[in-house]
Design a protein around this ligand. Structure first.
Ligand SMILES: Nc1ncnc2c1ncn2[C@@H]1O[C@H](COP(=O)(O)OP(=O)(O)OP(=O)(O)O)[C@@H](O)[C@H]1O
Ligand SMILES: [Mg+2]
Length: 274
């Protein structure tokens, strides 16, 4: 049977949240989504759709940007988590990998990975074992472990950022735009690793991506955001086969290849919500 991920238990539930920046700019206008245990959930949409804002709302990183959740709730394993700071959230098992693959440039790859274990209290042995676990998924990082992160390639830095998150032994990783700025072959490699970590370690992913094509090939289910609203949701298979998704996000319609940017969002919304 095809695994759509729909049979897994929900662990993270975002219920109808609104986010406002600078007290006035309403960016998320009632976003709801569910992340399932051990599943890969894609959060799709173009530039400025609200993907990063959604991830930051979940991990409580909006304050530094003068943003706040003004409505709705965010619940992880039955507990509201809006009051938790990012470090406390890491302890409950949720960690965000930020857009732009943030590594500490002056530290080596291995030092970067070790910083990911800072919230843990289970001793050196466990951390050493997890370093080997991370290297088993990212052999490239093992080769480069003594290199200063600032001098490694974009792909290696993305791997380092994901590996660093894994060192906190998370249950759920919020991964923002892992494909950004990487060549197609490397994007594929990164997604293969995400899939391997998902299957091998049981880590759930909420994956924000503009690259609909690759994300829907690896995710179990997905949501499409436009201007701060979810305009479509479903299993990855249903989304891949949907005519509007094909036309506007996958560029595969009968009418020839078109980017969703070519079409006014008004028209798309009208079709999807009617
Ligand atoms: N700190 C901020 N202050 C005011 N507006 C912001 C701020 N951060 C983001 N925005 C606005 O919120 C909207 C959503 O941005 P967001 O970064 O969440 O989109 P995104 O889907 O992640 O886009 P991208 O694919 O380009 O990363 C955009 O219109 C953006 O201009
Ligand atoms: Mg973004």
């Amino acid at each position: 049977m095809l695994d759509t991920g729909e049979t897994r238990e929900p662990i993270l539930e975002v219920n109808n949240i609104e986010v406002i920046y600078n007290h006035v700019i309403l960016v998320l206008k009632g976003v709801s989504l569910t992340v399932r245990e051990r599943g890969i959930t894609a959060l799709l949409g173009g530039n400025g759709a609200g993907k990063t804002t959604t991830l930051k709302a979940i991990s409580n990183l909006l304050h530094s940007e003068r943003g706040e959740v003004t409505k709705g709730s965010i619940v992880y394993r039955g507990e509201r988590v809006q009051h938790l700071d990012p470090a406390a959230l890491v302890k409950t098992g949720v960690i965000q990998v930020m857009e732009g693959r943030h590594c500490f440039e002056h530290l080596t790859i291995e030092e970067n990975l070790r910083t990911g274990a800072y919230t843990r209290r289970d001793g050196r042995g466990a951390v050493e074992a997890d370093l080997e676990m991370v290297y088993s998924y990212f052999p490239r990082l093992k080769e480069r472990r003594k290199s200063q992160a600032g001098y490694t390639s974009g792909g290696e830095q993305q791997m380092c950022a994901i590996g660093r998150a894994l060192m906190s032994r998370p249950e759920t990783i919020l991964l923002d735009e892992p494909s950004m700025g990487l060549a197609p072959q490397l994007v594929e490699q990164i997604f293969e690793i995400v899939k391997a970590v998902n299957e091998g370690e049981g880590v759930a992913f909420l994956l924000a991506e503009q690259n609909t094509n690759v994300a829907l090939r690896y995710a179990h289910s997905g949501y499409i955001l436009e201007s701060g609203r979810v305009v479509m949701e479903g299993t990855a298979q249903a989304l891949r086969e949907n005519d509007d998704v094909k036309e506007f996000y996958l560029g595969m319609s009968d009418k020839g290849r078109r980017s969703f940017r070519d079409v006014r969002s008004y028209r798309r919304r009208k079709r999807w919500l009617s």
